[in-house]
Design a protein around this ligand. Structure first.
Ligand code: ARG
Ligand code: ZN
Length: 867
């Protein structure tokens, strides 16, 4: 039943052109397709096309209607045994967009038609070889009622449009670039437009249009600005120019994922497109900027060059995430952006990579490809591109990318072909680097050192250990380790490496053991290794526990500085959770963080990150076996130590950062708001009268959503009447704004009180909760089950049972989104026995659901199975 990489075969037939004709009706849309089909190679195989939930009307070959015995239909395919080597296939089917609750293929959202075809949605529209290595030119005609669906959009350029009898109208779109079916898109409905234009580096004028729900065009201005900056950046950083005369983005309310890079017609989840200061947080702005860039960058890494098959997904996704991170770093500052990226990687990808759902960035088998749009494919995929860049250097990286674009434009490629461009640019073999893509799990790197004071040399000994999930055939990929040295007080130290004076060295671990010697080392140093997380590995340094304080004090590598604080906090919290409280250590930690807050050179955004102790999902990864409620208590104790030591400074910080400036979503102002919220949050845990009043005033005076949510979060920490009043107030103000109401659900799901499940159950049963809207499901059920909250991890097992029921209820409607909810249950082996057992039972409960989708079945079975 699983599909395997080794079984890949080139398509038996190719399609040169596709002509589609849609007669759009919500319940009965007719789709006529006319395909120019050509046999690929010398064989006599039948034509087999994919199809799913299509009601067949007719099939004809070269204009002759086939009799029922001349083809076979199954629930997933159309087979025609006898076909010429080249011919025209015409089919007509009927589909039901309104009944399409899976939101894959053609469906309705907010009364408008829209599509989502990646990965295998096109087969829900028409019969087709629905695989990424069949590239065709598309011409699309559609007709619809003009009053209800005034805008008719598809990929490429508008060729023709006009009125038809009976109040209908039509449009014809044609896309000159051959593309795989997953990049097809169609939108029809009433939409407002925000228009702009961009002049490319070669002087071509491109019209830009963002389409949104009526009345929302103002909320698209930030996305438009981000789009223009993305277009410019891709020209400057990668030499990539946009290729059509028109680029469109449409925002839709009901969307399974973040956004989709359909050629010339990106479709976005409205939560990742619409923003104004009153309704969007700084994080929303930051994500909008990143996702607009991501989808735009796909035009080259994804569309012009696509994947040969879905196993190669990270050749477009990992690379495009790497590119959008580069953009964000240039827009917002590399140091803080790197911390945020690694924080997300550690929170989402690391657990996946160490648990039962671990898989290589290029998987070797799958049941449903939708289950492999994972943090591993995206985030670790991006890390690997970073590793390649570090290994070959910046100049060779750019040459490799130029070569890639040059050589593979218009093709569907493999990971091997991508890496081959690096090998060629670097002038060496890179077969060992390929292993990063082929193996699951994270290697561990053990670093020990010895300092010879007389010789002033430091010897570093690295030992690499295979990942826990690795099989016996594991082979080590080259691991780049960037490192520097600090004095005991945290001042950067220079040294000599390979004959050169420097403040940073790159050591590549190609073998299980590597030893290097640094010279001219003035004093016993503190090592700052794996700077910027230069490879996705676990680093274990054998060093005095205090060394992390030196890194926290002054590591010029911002990521390592932040990571030092995180690891100190983790050690204290896990220690206390295991019955070994260290009050002296907690105060010392608080004082060290306090000193960092006074660093005049550090950005506010960095200080905000430093101030927040690790969250429960991270802490759960740090304790074996994990006990979330003990961790939550220990975390609260560390925060109390912080407010004991830093209380007055946090109050002063909160006051001094009061918003004085007119709102702007830029990184500097966002950092200021983040720091102010972080101070407020810590003070809320103290919960004194003044703290309640401060949080209430902060919330009441908020003019932007970041500040409002900071106040609401603090009041939820405080709890009681203060929290209820604020939640009611927020609800009254925002109940008619779906994207803001999502935040109201999210905030309540983040309440860490063990008794919070009753509230979550009530919210899930309330009329505003809607299983058909993925954003709402993620806001409540997704957040609750991923928050690490003691309410989810309740010893009664009721939190897990609640999740199992939600998965079972959602599965018949939307299997893709239901499957995404399974992941937290995959952590059962990590948990303390009294939680592991009910968690495992919840997985069994999911698997016992009648008519379970393949999507949920695949993940739940894996999550339950042996690691
Ligand atoms: N290609 C889209 C993006 O990353 C995501 C598509 C998600 N599709 C899926 N079946 N999970 O930009
Ligand atoms: Zn993508």
């Amino acid at each position: 039943e699983p599909i395997r990489l080794e079984d890949y075969r080139p398509p038996a037939f190719l399609i040169d052109t596709v002509e589609l004709d849609f007669a759009l009706e919500p319940r009965t849309t007719r789709v006529k397709a006319r395909l120019a089909v050509r046999r690929n190679g010398d064989h006599a195989e039948p034509l087999v096309l994919d199809g799913d939930r299509l009601t067949p009307i007719s099939v004809s070959v070269d204009g002759r209607a086939l009799a029922p015995d001349e083809y076979t239909l199954t629930s997933e395919s159309l087979t025609i045994p006898q076909v010429p080597d080249a011919f025209t296939l015409q089919t007509e089917v009927e589909i039901d967009p309104e009944g399409n609750t899976a939101l894959a293929g053609l469906y309705m959202s907010g009364g408008r038609f829209c599509t989502q075809c990646e990965a295998e949605g096109f087969r829900r529209i028409t019969w087709f070889p629905d695989r990424p290595d069949v590239l065709a030119r598309y011409r699309v005609r559609m007709t619809a009622d003009k009053a209800r669906y005034p805008r008719l959009l598809s990929n490429g350029n508008l060729e023709d449009a006009g009125d038809l009898p009976g109040g209908r109208h039509f449009a014809v779109w044609s896309d000159p670039f051959p593309k795989p079916s997953y990049l097809f898109a169609l939108v029809a409905g009433e939409l407002d437009e925000l228009a702009d234009s961009f002049t490319t580096m070669s002087g071509r004028e491109v019209a830009l249009c963002i389409y949104v729900d009526p009345g929302q065009a103002d909320r698209a201005t930030y996305a438009m600005d981000a789009l223009k900056r993305s277009m410019r950046w891709d020209e400057e950083a990668y030499g990539r120019e946009y290729d059509l005369d028109l680029f469109m983005i449409v925002a839709v309310r009901d969307f399974n994922f973040g956004a989709m890079e359909n050629k010339g017609l990106n479709i976005f989840n409205s939560s990742l497109l619409l923003a104004d200061p009153r309704t969007a947080t700084d994080l929303d702005y930051e994500r909008i900027e990143a996702v607009v860039a991501h989808e735009y960058f796909h035009n080259w890494t994804g569309n012009r060059i696509t994947c040969r098959d879905w196993f190669q997904l990270c050749v477009k996704e990992g690379l495009t995430v790497f590119r959008d991170r580069g953009f964000s770093a240039d827009m917002r500052g590399a140091g803080v952006e790197r911390i945020k990226a690694v924080k997300a990687l550690k929170a989402r990808q690391f657990p996946e990579d160490s648990g039962p759902l671990a898989h290589p960035p290029r998987p070797s088998s799958y049941v449903k490809i939708d289950n492999f749009y994972t943090a591993t494919v995206y985030e670790k995929g991006a890390e690997i591109v970073g590793v390649l860049k570090t290994l070959v250097g910046g100049q060779s990286f750019r040459r490799a990318m130029d070569l890639y674009f040059d050589r593979h434009d218009g093709e569907a490629v493999t990971v091997e072909q991508f890496v081959a461009c690096f090998a060629e640019a670097a002038g060496r073999d890179m077969a060992a680097e390929l292993r990063w893509y082929e193996q699951a799990g994270r290697p561990a790197v053990r670093l020990s050192s010895s300092y010879d004071a007389a010789a002033r040399t430091l010897t570093l000994d690295f030992a690499v250990e295979p990942p826990a999930v690795a099989g016996s055939d594991w082979r080590q990929p080259p691991i780049p380790v960037r490192l520097g040295l600090l004095s005991q007080s945290g001042q950067p130290q220079t040294f000599r490496f390979q004959g050169e004076g420097t403040d940073e060295a790159l050591v590549v671990l190609a073998e299980e053991r590597t030893s290097v010697t640094l010279e001219a080392v003035a004093e016993t140093p503190v090592i700052s290794a794996l700077r910027g997380l230069s490879a996705p590995v676990d680093l274990m340094i054998e060093e005095p526990a205090d060394n992390a304080y030196a890194r926290l004090a002054g590591d010029p590598d911002l990521y390592n500085r932040w990571d030092a604080a995180q690891s100190l906090a983790k050690r204290l919290i896990v220690g206390r959770a295991e019955g070994k409280p260290d009050e002296v250590g907690e105060r010392r930690y608080a004082e060290a963080v306090g000193r960092a807050l006074e660093d005049a050179n550090a950005e506010d955004a960095f200080k905000a990150l430093l101030l927040a102790p690790p969250g429960l999902p991270t802490l759960i990864q740090a304790q074996t076996p994990a006990d979330p409620s003990a961790l939550a208590d220990a975390r609260a104790a560390l925060i109390r130590a912080m407010t004991d030591v830093l209380g007055e400074r946090l109050e002063a910080l909160h006051d001094s950062l009061a918003p004085t400036l007119r709102f702007s979503p830029d990184a500097a102002q966002a950092g200021r708001r983040a720091l102010r919220n972080a101070a407020l949050d810590l003070l809320a845990w103290r919960g004194g009268e003044a703290d309640v009043a401060r949080a209430q005033a902060h919330f009441a005076a908020a003019e932007d959503m970041t500040t409002a949510l900071g106040g609401l979060a603090a009041l939820i920490v405080i709890g009681g009447q203060a929290a209820e009043a604020a939640l009611a107030d927020f609800h009254d103000r925002w109940k008619d704004e779906p994207l803001v109401l999502d935040k109201w659900f999210t905030m309540q799901a983040l309440d860490l009180r063990p008794e919070n499940l009753a509230r979550i159950e009530a919210l899930a049963a309330s009329p505003a909760f809607d299983l058909r809207n993925p954003n709402r499901v993620r806001a409540l059920v997704g957040t609750f089950s991923q928050s690490g909250s003691p309410a989810f991890h309740h010893p009664s097992g009721e939190g897990y049972a609640f999740l199992a029921r939600q998965i079972a209820a959602l599965d018949p409607l939307n299997p893709m989104v239901a499957a995404r909810l399974v992941e937290p249950l995959g952590q059962w082996r990590r948990m303390t026995p009294r939680l592991a057992e009910p968690m495992r039972r919840a997985l069994e409960q999911v698997l016992a659901t009648p008519n379970l989708s393949k999507n949920v079945q695949e993940l739940a079975a894996k999550a339950l199975g042996d690691p």
